[in-house]
Unconditional design. Structure first.
Length: 293
């Protein structure tokens, strides 16, 4: 990435760069969120990126063995020393995020501003129900990961076949791990998952876009999605992913309704026991001018 930034020769202020810390080796100090690992990690990341600072530094996964105060103070050190402008959480629960916010408030430290959860047409409840109060009441941002469910939503698996060289072929993850992921996404999709995938493919053809663009646009138009984290193995996939932005700009309530009619997995909101009815779900449509109530 550092070499790519140099070749692009873009003003640093015009790009937003993030990094995150989790595991980078087998040693005791090569993982999780200790002050030592975080500060050494950000220095190493900046060296690889050939940058003076990143815009956002993520704490990937909660660390039960490191006091939350140590984590918050380490990220505050990064902010004070101009290693990053913001810090954020990744795959944390609402309770863990609130604990970090309370710790920062008590100590006068800068609070985290965003969460990186998984979110896709197949994995929805955590983002749309569990994390919703953070978006609504705290103004928390999000960088959602796996919007294409590891490629499961791109269309290449619609016929229940695993193409050679694909993510689930086993070459990269290993056959056992690939098999586990396939089972997870098949289960998340519910009954007739492959029929649903084919129906999404047909809708994408009708809309003159790829199935991957349709699935990603569905994520982007959710107003609680600040940005989408995508992966690519070649330049053509990057260009295809970027095409989702145009699909999102032309999104309508009718398209939303048709997608929901295909996947049929909208999570049930929490219950309002005072009024004895489910809580009103947060409206998801962002770009459309004819969004339903």
């Amino acid at each position: 990435m550092g070499k790519a930034f140099k070749r692009l020769d873009m003003p640093r202020k015009d790009i937003v760069v993030s990094t995150k810390f989790f595991r980078c080796g087998a040693g005791a100090n090569d993982a999780m969120l200790s002050r030592k690992h975080l500060i050494e990690g950000v220095q190493a990341s900046l060296e690889r990126l050939q940058l003076d600072y990143v815009d956002v530094a993520f704490a990937h996964r909660h660390d039960p063995n490191t006091p939350i105060e140590e984590v918050c103070r380490a990220y505050n050190w990064m902010l004070d020393n101009y290693k990053c402008f913001y810090w954020a959480t990744s795959e944390w629960s609402p309770g863990q995020i609130r604990e970090a916010n309370m710790c920062c408030e008590r100590l006068g430290l800068i609070k985290p501003v965003a969460e990186q959860p998984q979110y896709s047409l197949l994995v929805r409840k955590n983002f749309e129900v569990t994390l919703a109060p953070l978006f609504e009441k705290m103004g928390y941002g999000s960088m959602v990961s796996a919007p294409l469910a590891g490629g499961f939503l791109t269309g290449k698996y619609n016929d229940k076949q695993i193409p050679e060289g694909s993510r689930f072929a086993g070459d990269k993850l290993g056959k056992e791990e690939s098999g586990k992921l396939i089972k997870i996404y098949e289960g998340a999709g519910g009954k007739n998952i492959y029929s649903k995938l084919k129906a999404l493919g047909e809708l994408a053809k009708e809309l003159k876009c790829t199935q991957a663009q349709l699935a990603m646009a569905w994520c982007i138009v959710n107003k609680d999605v600040s940005s989408c984290l995508v992966g690519a193995t070649n330049p053509s996939q990057i260009l295809d992913n970027l095409g989702a932005l145009e699909v999102a700009k032309n999104w309508t309530a009718e398209i939303e309704k048709r997608v929901e009619g295909i996947v049929r997995n909208k999570p049930t909101p929490d219950f309002n026991w005072r009024d004895w009815k489910p809580l009103e779900p947060r409206s998801c449509l962002l770009y459309t001018s004819d969004a339903a109530d």
